[in-house]
Write a protein that binds this ligand. Structure first.
Ligand SMILES: *[C@@H]1O[C@H](CO)[C@@H](O)[C@H](O)[C@H]1NC(C)=O
Length: 385
């Protein structure tokens, strides 16, 4: 919930490549069946707790400086449009509103409740904290639309006050939290919960594809209610969620090249929160050992390495659910016009267990397509297309 600030500290420029259009000839179910996915999803959820529909929403994401990936949703009747950050590290939905008069609000799309026939307010105010700053919201209910998915009576925050830092400077209007209800403000039924309860999804999952060559216009997509087997290859590796607040999974070992670091181990939980923002591992006291192993040095623009050394730098390995997920230097080193930096930063988020907490953000998620299974509480990774 308080992790977003780090993303602001490490903006990277995009490379500007053209995306190859996807073929959507076959149905999701056909493709899933072909890959043997459908059966395993169905098997994993014997009770079929939720009534499912046929709806899968393919929501394109805009990539802003490789740091934020956001898409359009609408709220109200008739619909009012907003760009929101799809955030697996928080659980609330909020957008700017006409109740807010600050410059940050005036610069963004603002929800006007008086223009929506389906709006109802509940005059309860809350503060939402994202670490870089707080904003206050009042709660209301309205219809939320994402592509072909409609959620009625969704509780959401209408901003009352947004400070200029950082909100004035953000390219998106609001945030759509996709983590568990336990970290939402009290009584809040999350949008994802409501999608399930209102039978809006074909499968109780959502998945993220971040393009390896993001452009502003196409950074990737979030798929609600399904996955797209054309966007990844090979097997999906599943990891159980160890605590249903964030999407926290455990890392058994982390290796730099052939050397295990011991920053993991059987039976010790390494909580990881894959989220839609950053690759941001390692609590403060691990980062210096990590950077030393890579030969990186702290500089004004980040952890710098010599670009000519990148081919000989070690591959990083995350051991998750008994498999090794490699991250080669060509992926974790960012080259901005000849200035090379390691796409890693230390997090100030403390881990309750005192063990290293990693946040697998956009560098990791560009390499690995990620699937969030809400029925079986597990996270899946597969090599991104
Ligand atoms: C919520 O905030 C608004 C604007 O500051 C204020 O007018 C209203 O009285 C507050 N409501 C409650 C229930 O505190």
């Amino acid at each position: 919930m308080r992790w977003l600030v780090l993303a602001l500290l490490c903006l990277q420029l995009g490379e500007g490549m053209v995306r190859i259009p996807l073929r959507k000839g076959r149905s999701m179910r056909e493709l899933m069946r072909e890959k043997g996915m459908l059966e395993s999803f169905l098997k994993g959820d014997p009770g079929r707790k939720y009534q499912l529909s046929n709806a899968v929403a393919y929501e394109p994401l805009t990539n802003y400086l490789d740091s934020f990936y956001f898409g359009e949703i609408s709220i109200g009747t008739p619909p009012q449009n907003f760009l929101v950050l799809f955030d697996t590290g928080s659980s609330n939905l909020w957008v700017p509103s006409t109740y807010c008069q600050t410059p940050a609000c005036a610069k963004h799309n603002r929800f006007d409740p008086s223009l929506s026939s389906s709006f109802s307010g509940i005059s309860v105010n809350y503060t939402l904290s994202y670490g870089f700053g707080d904003l206050s919201v009042t709660l209301g209910y309205d219809t939320v639309t994402i592509q072909n998915i409609f959620v009625r009576n969704q509780e959401f925050g209408l901003s009352l006050d947004e400070p200029s830092r950082p909100f004035y400077y953000l390219d998106f209007d609001g945030i759509l939290g996709m983590a568990y209800p336990g970290i939402a403000i009290s009584g809040y039924n999350t949008l994802m919960q409501n999608m399930l309860q209102q039978s809006q999804l074909a499968e109780p999952i959502f998945s993220f594809y971040y393009s390896r060559n993001p452009t502003y216009n196409y950074g990737g997509e979030v798929i609600l209610g399904g996955l797209d087997p054309q966007l990844y290859s090979g097997e999906v590796l599943w990891a159980p969620v160890v605590q249903e607040l964030y999407w926290k999974i455990s890392i058994e070992e982390f290796s730099i090249g052939p050397s295990a670091t011991g920053w993991g181990g059987p039976g010790r939980h390494r909580p990881v929160g894959p989220r839609a923002v950053f690759f941001r591992p390692i609590s403060g006291h691990f980062i210096s050992a990590f950077l030393q192993a890579l030969g990186a040095e702290e500089s004004d623009y980040g952890f710098a390495v010599d670009c000519s050394n990148v081919p000989s730098m070690p591959t990083l390995y995350f051991a998750i659910s008994g498999a090794q997920l490699p991250l080669p230097p060509s992926v974790y080193v960012l080259n901005n016009n000849g200035i090379c930096t390691v796409g890693v930063e230390s997090t100030y988020v403390s881990s309750a267990s005192g063990q290293p907490l990693w946040i697998l953000g956009n560098i990791f998620l560009r390499q690995y397509y990620s699937i969030f299974d809400m029925a079986n509480n597990r996270v899946g990774f597969a090599l991104s297309a």
